[in-house]
Ligand binder design. Sequence first.
Ligand SMILES: C[S@@+](CC[C@H](N)C(=O)[O-])C[C@H]1O[C@@H](n2cnc3c(N)ncnc32)[C@H](O)[C@@H]1O
Length: 218
Amino acid sequence: MLPQRRWPFTTLTTKSPDLAQAENITTMGTLRRFDLNHFAAECFVETGTFLGDSLAYAQSHPYKMLHSVELFPEFVEQCQRTFANDKRVHLWCGKSIDLLPDILKQIEPYGSALFWLDAHLPSNMNNIRLPDEVEFPLEAELRVIQANRDTRNDNFLIDDLRIYEEGRFANGNWPKRSLFADVEQVKNGISFIDALFSGTHTIRKLFDHEGYVVLRPR
Ligand SMILES: C[S@@+](CC[C@H](N)C(=O)[O-])C[C@H]1O[C@@H](n2cnc3c(N)ncnc32)[C@H](O)[C@@H]1O
């Protein structure tokens, strides 16, 4: 059964992005950019399921368990149908930072995980501004993961580096930067990743698509 949580934004919106509109988004980072055989892991965790494209790619690898968390029920329901036949795939509906502790409990038996952290900016799709911890959950996600798991054998692929800094990105700098100038991470870049992971992981920036950050165990 889908672990369905209380809708967290009753005062803001219950409107989800239009699926058809969402399907037209073409310039998005994707897990398919990576050869997952280079990131040995027993299980897979994704934040931001969307239409399940990267999850389908991960599913084609021999992970023992795959978890993906998505804010909008419509996307989760669509992916429930897509992945119904694979008992390894677990879909969660709600805010990533709320559900990650439960997801991490599920993968506790596994000594290595690949995290694809891709939950961000629903307002890209529907122009509704949600709270910072929802629109920019990356720092909080990494803190929750570190607090609840020994990550020394885990790999992390993080999408959309260009949200956090300017650079020579193949798809250009983030055009909405000025709209989010008040957001801590937008101002301060990825220094929080260095602070959290430089002791245990190498940290590499990639500039194709909208940019990625790759964390690999040292
Ligand atoms: C760029 S799309 C994800 C694409 C997908 N990971 C893929 O590679 O095919 C971002 C998704 O994250 C979701 N999202 C945004 N903020 C979130 C949050 N705080 N918790 C969970 N999901 C979130 C959005 O609704 C959207 O579906």
